[in-house]
Design a protein around this ligand. Sequence first.
Ligand code: HPA
Ligand code: ZN
Length: 322
Amino acid sequence: MSLSELPKLELHLHLEGAAPPAFIRGLAKEKSVDLSGIFREDGSYAYRDFVHFLSVYEAATSVLKSPEDYARLVTAVLEESAAHGVVYCETFVSPDFCGGSDVGAWREYLHAMQDAADRAEAQHGIILRGIVTCIRHFGPEKAKASARCAAETAGDWITGFGIAGDEGQGKPRDFAYSFDMAREAGLRLTAHAGEWGGPQSVKDALDDLKVERIGHGVRAIEDLALVDRLAEDGITLEVCPGSNVTLGVYPKWDQHPIQKLRERGVKVTVSTDDPPFFHTTMTREYEELERAFGWGAADFHEISQTALAAAFCDEDTKAKIA
Ligand code: HPA
Ligand code: ZN
């Protein structure tokens, strides 16, 4: 079986960040919005660094104006994921972008996304679940509104709550109230940390937000006592190596710590983060892991089993994936 056909589980995918550039250009044209500044001549997204990436991401997202636009986005993204062998995917969705954190509007966006996901499941067999995500640089008050949306819609499809955005702004404890609200609603928790922040950012996410997964978390490697804690506590890392290499967190694939973390007993999984922005796909992640670390069928199987165990879905759904 080729690497593209190998069944894969992806736990860390930003929905708008997975939008193909041509899809965003098409919507911009329909709505007469000039987005030419965010594209390179070759049609790919243009950004200088991580903080600029976040603003280009938000500019691209600005043309997604209705539940119908989000349904079309889910359809486009799942078609692409399924073509790379993804059978189960968890995607970050943000009420800030879908109705501005008004619960009624959020419900409409959610229903449209769920309908599109149901159609993709019927057509391609791919299963999607949503993790409501607050955005760190939008601040704690907006995060509370997102947590309220998440709590109101927690259930079969919205199964988690998380935080993304600029790790350089604020502290995890500023968002503890929102995470408490989400936990009380029965949602599973994850937080971006240890991508731009060092080991302390991972400790803060664990201590202050009480998450069971960490988005990235790779810079924990700079503190071996923390690495051992992650291993002992069974914390799963949503590792996105291609994203880290493209954004310069690590200069080369060979220097990425995913293998070292794994060898020291940490549960690692593999995801693309924002695939067209980072010029990657799940197939490319697997190809590079094969090339850089000699991973083969047994390693990829282990990664999938780790992702299945850490997935934020119910046991009936897991039984369908396995
Ligand atoms: N990291 C953090 N925040 C984000 C990302 C990301 O890759 N994509 C969208 N928001
Ligand atoms: Zn991310």
